[in-house]
Design a protein around this ligand. Sequence first.
Ligand SMILES: NC(=O)c1ccc[n+]([C@@H]2O[C@H](COP(=O)([O-])OP(=O)(O)OC[C@H]3O[C@@H](n4cnc5c(N)ncnc54)[C@H](OP(=O)(O)O)[C@@H]3O)[C@@H](O)[C@H]2O)c1
Length: 242
Amino acid sequence: MNRVLVTGSSKGIGAKIAEVLSSSGYQIFLHGRDENALKNLFEKIGVKGFFSIDLTEENAAQKLFDKATEVLGGVDILINNAGEYFYAKVEETPKETLDRLVTINTKVPYELISLATVGMKEKNFGRIINIGSISGAVGEANASLYSMTKSAFSGLTKALALELAQNNITVNTINPGYVKTALLDGTFDDDFSEKELLDMIPQNRFIEPVEIANLVKYLVSAEARGLTGQCINLCAGMSVGG
Ligand SMILES: NC(=O)c1ccc[n+]([C@@H]2O[C@H](COP(=O)([O-])OP(=O)(O)OC[C@H]3O[C@@H](n4cnc5c(N)ncnc54)[C@H](OP(=O)(O)O)[C@@H]3O)[C@@H](O)[C@H]2O)c1
């Protein structure tokens, strides 16, 4: 009951989740696009395997799930972490980007859940955790597409928690506030600085990847078996007002 697939674990939040779970005895399968980063992490933290695939590729979810199953023998715990951000006004968002973010942030996680629940039901055990975003919980101006894809986890999490409650499968979403990773660094420019962002956060600080990894560690544990259908805002106070 300790075989874990973490999507988007070549770097950032996903890599930290993989590292923390691996050091706690879980068997981890890594995923991303950057083959070198995956290989380095594979050697550094001693996980079971990795697979590099772009989630926009045809049948990416099935290919990734098949590889993870081949190496781990099954997936007891699915962490839907891979995601992309996009910042633009709604009328300036290209259709290709709409398709891209819906695929990576929403469609592939749904497909992976659909594939994973089959084995989880057979074992009468499962843990599904989605990494959403505070932008999906409270909205973010000029990031409506990203906010839309992340808020989709809210309905999905509640519906699936009910659907899978009798199968000892829990489903939860973590909505991080701002975390200092490559994804966030890509949003700063001359018009919007890191300091301006920090000033908007009640605790005036970024969330550390390890804070998210430790919450994941709790959610996958036996102690957390009653915690399901929840969207947890780990956001340094951002969800409760400015
Ligand atoms: N950073 C934040 O402030 C923040 C806040 C709230 C929520 N989140 C969410 O947290 C999750 C992780 O974000 P992060 O900050 O750790 O981002 P990151 O450092 O940019 O890492 C993103 C991970 O997802 C993978 N990925 C992205 N697009 C992919 C694609 N098309 N196909 C396959 N893999 C892909 C990347 O793989 P490669 O690098 O190997 O290509 C990488 O492993 C995302 O879902 C993000 O929306 C982040």
